[in-house]
Design a protein around this ligand. Structure first.
Ligand SMILES: *[C@@H]1O[C@H](CO)[C@@H](O)[C@H](O)[C@H]1NC(C)=O
Ligand SMILES: *[C@@H]1O[C@H](CO)[C@@H](O)[C@H](O)[C@H]1NC(C)=O
Ligand SMILES: *[C@@H]1O[C@H](CO)[C@@H](O)[C@H](O)[C@H]1NC(C)=O
Length: 217
């Protein structure tokens, strides 16, 4: 009986460690990514720690607003391990998002990260959709200073509803490499394309509409 309890406690501890973070815990102070290495691992190879520089842990690319002159009226400036090599193995990254008046960050998901967004300026209507079968939209209008969570893997979006003014947000993501899948681009803009017959049936659309969407994305 005592053995069983011990086993249960051990199991519980093992599980809580295994699931404590979505990405493995670091085994050293840091592991600045060596982009030149040809070795393929889950993550990126560490460069010699003696060669680490302050700039490996630094990012200035979010000082300036992103260029929002595009079809959706928004620009995401990422600060993940690709831009900040010192993030390697740490399970965290950030983005700056700029919005033109009435701009959107279109429905998308991050396969490897939960996101917590903070509005710095303006007013955003944001939301995410729960998984099947409910597909419930959970949404909120945020003012400057407000924060909102987008759970890992769920489709979410932001819409600048601030009476014709620009908006700015920053967000933290629980992965050094969150990944982004923009729904419209992935479905209608894949390379090579998904057969239009598949999309016509899946979206219950006229084939011409599907083919038109495929030319847009
Ligand atoms: C990677 O290669 C570039 C160009 O050869 C070099 O400047 C840079 O220092 C190298 N980085 C590392 C981490 O070795
Ligand atoms: C912003 O992007 C648009 C479209 O690509 C381009 O025409 C414009 O020159 C860019 N503006 C700046 C300031 O870079
Ligand atoms: C939106 O902005 C315009 C122009 O600045 C102003 O006249 C109007 O009252 C504003 N509307 C709201 C709802 O804030």
């Amino acid at each position: 009986m005592a053995n069983h309890i011990l086993l249960l406690i051990l199991l519980a501890l093992t599980c809580s460690f295994a699931f404590a973070s979505a990405e493995p815990s670091p085994l050293q102070d840091f592991c600045v990514a060596d982009f030149n290495s040809t070795v393929r691992v889950n993550g990126l190879v560490c460069k010699d720690p003696k060669l680490a520089q302050a700039n490996d842990f630094f990012f200035s690319g979010a000082r300036l607003p992103g260029n929002t002159t595009n079809a959706v009226g928004s620009k995401v400036t990422p600060a993940n391990v690709a831009q900040v090599p010192g993030l390697n193995t740490f399970g965290i990254s950030m983005v700056r998002i700029d919005f033109a008046p009435w701009g959107i960050n279109p429905p998308h998901t991050h396969p490897r990260a939960t996101e917590m967004l903070t509005v710095l300026q303006g007013t955003l209507y944001v939301g995410f959709v729960t998984s099947n079968p409910e597909n419930r939209l959970i949404s909120k209008t945020l003012q400057a200073g407000d924060m909102f969570v987008f759970p890992v893997g769920l489709i979410h979006f932001q819409y600048n509803v601030g009476n014709g003014t620009a908006a700015v947000a920053i967000a933290a993501l629980s992965s050094q490499n969150p990944g982004t899948i923009i729904v419209a681009n992935a479905v209608f803009g894949s390379n090579p394309p998904i057969p239009s017959d598949v999309l016509t049936k899946a979206f219950q659309l006229d084939k011409k509409v599907v083919e038109n969407l495929q030319t847009i994305f």
